[in-house]
Write a protein that binds this ligand. Structure first.
Ligand code: ADP
Ligand code: F6P
Length: 324
């Protein structure tokens, strides 16, 4: 018989993302509406180990849906990878009467959720990351806001870059994933897009492209570089030396991870937060919520972690075609 769920908890883990607050609010209010208790855990798995756990009421999540960041705080807690620490965390959950846990984070955080599930806590993950790098879902909480923030900043840099007829390298976030770079590349009309998944580290190709474009009358050259490739400042220096064209690097950095979430991030995070609670109440565990083919779904965490996410070849081809 499925275990009775009386109390669940929610935590945010890994890099924060705009929309996490909307998800927390939805988890809390759905739980209350469904007649179960809900607790908030501060500072991710670290806070769980330190028993930073408190009851959440509907009013504790008032006026947060529009705010970036996470009211629960987040942390990276490397010791959570140790089996004995995971066991201790599950005991802490039991001590606080926590039967189920919603973990909002990326795939690293799901590993921790899996461990709690193995120890009898019904866990469900929500995809909270600006990187869009979770294979089981076409949407992650925070990506839409981050990509719009980056796009608007890049538009501004492009104005001045065009006026001065410069080449601009703009570095966007994404250590292992190039989705922000790809989306900005297309949305900002970049001449070159450097993605960790695709870049061949052939700077001469970029230099030739800049020289050809100038000959064809282009007055600026915008290169979107993903954080995973990095080295934008030294790249700019080398490109300027090779082309004779003034080249500047701009690193957008953490501004991409903050700010008020877009309508999409508020809306999807709200639906996903509610579904996470309902999945736990249906007696399931070790699941992650996703959005695929227009539907909100839940997937086994192990299956989700085995899936590989690749840059769509056609979309990448379009990005290159449009730089002509
Ligand atoms: P994200 O969740 O955004 O991918 P991280 O990879 O930094 O971010 O993971 C966030 C946290 O999840 C880590 O600090 C750690 O507490 C936990 N975690 C990551 N990997 C594991 C693992 N293999 N086993 C248990 N917990 C993990
Ligand atoms: O949350 C995702 C992300 O912003 C990546 O794009 C980036 O590489 C990483 O987190 C940065 O993490 P930190 O906050 O540890 O610098």
């Amino acid at each position: 018989m499925a275990k009775e769920i009386k109390t669940i908890a929610v935590l945010t883990s890994g890099g924060d993302a705009p929309g996490m607050n909307a998800a927390i609010r939805s988890v809390v209010r759905t739980a209350i509406s469904r007649g179960i208790k809900v607790k908030g855990v501060k500072r991710g798995y670290m806070g769980l180990l330190n028993e930073e756990i408190s009851d959440m009421e509907a009013r504790n999540v008032s006026d947060i849906i529009q705010r970036g960041g996470t009211i629960l705080g987040t942390a990276r807690c490397l010791e959570f990878k140790k089996p004995e620490v995971q066991e201790k965390a599950a005991e802490i959950c039991k001590k606080h009467g926590i039967d189920g846990m919603v973990v909002i984070g990326g795939d690293g955080s799901y590993r921790g959720a899996q461990a709690l599930s193995r120890h009898g806590i019904n866990t469900v993950g929500l995809p909270g990351t600006i990187d869009l790098d979770i294979a089981c879902t076409d949407y992650t909480i925070g990506f839409d806001t981050a990509v719009n923030t980056a796009m608007q900043a890049i538009d501004k840099v492009k104005d001045t870059s065009s006026s001065h007829e410069r080449c601009s390298i703009i570095e966007v976030m994404g250590r292992n994933a190039g989705y922000i770079a790809l989306w900005c590349g297309i949305s900002n009309g970049a001449e070159d897009i450097l993605l960790p998944e695709k870049y061949r580290f052939n700077e001469q190709e970029i230099i030739n492209h800049i020289i050809e474009s100038r000959k064809k009358g282009k007055t600026h050259h915008l290169i979107i570089n993903a954080e995973g490739i990095g080295h934008s400042v030294s790249m700019a220096r080398r490109i300027e030396a090779a082309t004779g064209i003034e080249t500047r690097a701009t690193i957008l950095g953490y501004m991409q991870r903050g700010g008020n979430p877009t309508a999409r991030d508020r809306y999807y995070a709200s639906i996903m937060g509610a579904l996470a609670v309902d999945v736990i109440l249906a007696g399931k565990t070790n699941r992650v919520i996703g959005y695929k083919n227009g539907k909100f779904i839940d997937v086994d965490i192990e299956e989700a972690l085995q899936m590989e996410k690749n840059i769509d070849e056609y979309q990448y081809e379009v990005a290159q075609m449009l730089t002509v």
